[in-house]
Design a protein around this ligand. Sequence first.
Ligand code: ADP
Ligand code: MG
Length: 264
Amino acid sequence: MTELPMYVDTDEADAADGSDEPDETLDTGGRPTPILDLVDVGKTYRSGSLSVDALRGVTLSVAEGDYVAVMGPSGSGKSTLMHILGCLDVPTSGRYRLAGEDVSGMQERELADIRNRRIGFVFQQFNLLPAMSAWRNVELPLVYAGVPRAERRARAVEALGRVGLADRIDHRPGELSGGQQQRVSVARALVTNPSLILADEPTGNLDSVSTADVLGLFRELHEQGRTVVIITHEPDVAGQAARTIHILDGQVVDDHAVTAGVAS
Ligand code: ADP
Ligand code: MG
């Protein structure tokens, strides 16, 4: 994979607004301003003489506070789309605006700054550092955001409490169940108070009880006004969202609102 690292230290992370606090961007106010706005986005992977068109002309707009599921078969471009939405990679063509900012042509440093400030990530494989305790894993995005040490621990512990792991803060990932590990990674995603949560098959490695658990956390994050985009191939998981987007061969083939409580 050519994707960029999830968290990168950016000295200027806090310089812009002169504060150590993450930007407060949860004021949804019912405004229709899209937080995610893609116009004719293409992504071609090239290695040697081979090229793969992973995304082909994706036009998509997501309103702040929306809860969207992205569905599609393996290889359809879901992870590629999430990498672009999350500023982990940039489109080959087309335009992507995140919260009004055109990020299509940004350099890695600017992208890293945007990731640190705005986005929380959850992955299928948890992506936790095995040698670090739960709270150390959760504080990591705060390290990169330049938050002072004492405040970091307090916020990491608080985030772990919010996912029901107050009694596991010193456990390492290997000492936790899969469901608990994913809850640690949800805590890591929310510790910076991001307005956008991106999750790539977050329940793909979980049993049904842990899946329900993690979906409950996403529902809470959505109810708090955050925008949630969850990639999944499980209809039950997609059924939680307010809107479902289907992609096939790198193109959006269906995009519809989901009636509350009715999985499609
Ligand atoms: P999904 O997440 O829906 O399974 P992906 O976005 O991972 O799909 O992949 C879409 C297509 O792009 C696939 O054909 C895949 O093989 C290809 N692909 C993904 N990442 C890379 C990469 N880094 N280099 C080359 N091809 C890639
Ligand atoms: Mg994938």
